[in-house]
Write a protein that binds this ligand. Structure first.
Ligand code: ADP
Length: 497
């Protein structure tokens, strides 16, 4: 199959969250299965063309929208880390006015006001680019609202519906997070080059606003989301963000496929970010990572305290208000340390800054994005906390397992699908249990889980090490998930339109 993955971010070129990790890893795994895979994404100002060996492919792809015509350029670069036998080409859409900005989507907590147009030009350029390519994709795999206009344009613009290079293309659309929908004032529709009739409650209208994600849910051939549990949850009012009705209507075309992780990038046996490597068979150097993290955050370097960690966007989704409730109580114990790496909502910046001031020997925080430190924390922590309100898949729990760090997670979405709670007394010794899973979104169940973990960490070192070992034995690599995508895409190509 020829697969073109369309995305607004991809590691290592540009990343704000888990989508980038998926976009960087899934193409490699699909290519390894024998498919011809390419990626199309915007050429952001932060992407260093020279370093990537990018070359100019098309100097001008003309895109006409009611707001005006623009000429976008297309560059190509190889995706780093792909084997010579299964290369992945990245097409980078260049338009300095649209994409050469300090951030990807907005600054100072505010989205760029022209985001609808930025991604409209991107989507249309990605489609018209295909006309110039000898290589024509069978499937475009779109991701999140920034690529929603690809299925919407293909299904609704006569120039595209009748274009022989485009009509056969099937669209697979993956929802990475339903709470980001591409919502815009209804007048925006006039700027996007789409029939005004689409503004109705069955298609692009959402409570009198324009909702691009909704359009993608309606017009794509098949939908996936990033865990089986989240695929069920988003069909309910509690998790559906107002789109549960549309998703229920399309339930027969909605599949949950758990994300995998890049096992090469996240591997304690080869990780260059760590002071010393370790493995499942020989875990002792994990202690050096713990010491390095304590040192980095100015905490006492001591193996005895339990080191709790969070790496996260500081957004309501992530259950940080539960931590706000629970942490002060836990930190009265001098043998509890807590470190946090994250950036996001100002109220959380303020809370964690104050917490670190109050407990300088027990709390370390870094408010920013720091990939190397994220690796070090995954390796150095004893316990990783993910008390999310909702979590489509989550990636850090996988990294934690791989680095022998015990996850404590809430029973939602991909967290529920990936962590096995310590239940029956023998579940650690049987090799099944991998962490602590709590249910109700309340401080007490979280605090109880953390206290249980601390008790085991202190009271039964052998059981704790077995628990770490159970996690390190798990395989959440992309190979398995890529096979599910492979199967689904083959079915899509066989199915009637
Ligand atoms: P989401 O996509 O909702 O942010 P995920 O758990 O799916 O959450 O993915 C988050 C990714 O971003 C992980 O790879 C995580 O390590 C990384 N990450 C989040 N915040 C930071 C940060 N401040 N510094 C470095 N990496 C971060």
């Amino acid at each position: 199959m020829k697969i073109l993955l369309a995305t607004s971010e991809m590691a290592p070129f540009a990343k704000t969250g888990g989508l980038a990790d998926v976009a960087g890893a899934l193409p490699k795994a699909l290519a390894a299965l024998g498919h011809e895979v390419a990626v199309v994404m915007p050429l952001y100002g932060s992407i260093d063309r020279a370093a990537l060996g990018a070359t100019l492919l098309f100097p001008e792809v003309r895109v006409d929208l009611p707001t005006g015509g623009r000429s976008l350029a297309v560059w190509t670069a190889p995706l780093p880390g792909t084997p010579a036998g299964a290369p992945v080409t990245v097409y980078l859409i260049e338009d300095d006015g649209l994409f050469n900005r300090p951030q990807l989507y907005g600054e100072d907590g505010r989205d760029y006001p022209d985001n609808a147009l930025r991604f409209a030009y991107f989507c249309m350029a990605a489609l018209w680019m295909i006309k110039g390519l000898v290589w024509k994709p069978d499937i475009i795999h779109c991701n999140d609202w920034q690529t929603a206009l690809i299925p919407i344009y293909l299904a609704n613009r006569p120039d595209m519906q009748n274009d022989p290079d485009l009509t056969a293309i099937r669209i697979l659309f993956t929802i990475h997070n339903l709470s980001y929908q591409g919502l815009f004032p209804k007048q925006t529709l006039d700027l996007l080059g789409l029939p005004p009739l689409l503004f109705n409650s069955e298609q692009l209208e959402f409570f009198d606003n324009l909702n691009l994600l909704k359009g993608a849910l309606v017009f794509s051939h098949h939908l996936t989301t990033v865990s089986k549990q989240y695929a069920k949850e988003i069909q309910t009012a509690e998790f559906g963000c107002g789109l549960e009705g549309v998703l229920r209507q399309r339930a027969d075309r909605l599949t949950g496929i758990l994300n995998g992780i890049d096992n090469v990038e996240w591997n304690p046996e080869t990780d260059k970010n760590l002071p010393a490597k370790f493995s499942r068979a020989d875990k002792k150097n994990k202690a050096l990572s713990k010491a390095a993290v304590q040192k980095h955050f100015g905490l006492p370097v001591d193996p005895k305290p339990v080191l709790l960690a969070v790496i996260s966007r500081l957004a309501n989704q992530k259950g940080l208000d539960l931590l706000v409730d629970v942490l002060p109580g836990l930190l009265s114990d001098e043998h509890v340390q807590f470190v946090l790496l994250g950036t996001g909502q100002p109220e959380y910046h303020e809370f964690f800054t104050l917490l670190a001031e109050r407990y300088p020997t027990r709390v370390g925080i870094e408010l920013g994005f720091n990939n190397a430190l994220a690796h070090q924390i995954e390796a150095g922590a004893d316990v990783f906390l993910m008390p999310s309100r909702f979590e489509p898949c989550g990636l850090n729990q996988f990294y934690s397992l791989r680095y022998g760090t015990v996850p404590i997670v809430r029973k939602v979405g991909g967290l529920a699908d990936s962590i096995v709670n310590i239940g029956a007394a023998d579940s650690i010794s049987s090799g099944k249990a991998t962490g602590y899973v709590f249910g109700p979104y309340k401080p007490k169940p979280l605090a109880d889980s953390i206290n249980k973990a601390i008790a085991l960490f202190r009271g039964d070192r052998k059981a704790w090490e077995k628990l770490m070992d159970n996690g390190m034995a798990q395989d959440f690599s992309w190979t398995r998930s890529a096979k599910e995508y492979d199967k689904l895409m083959k079915l899509m190509l066989r199915a009637e339109k």
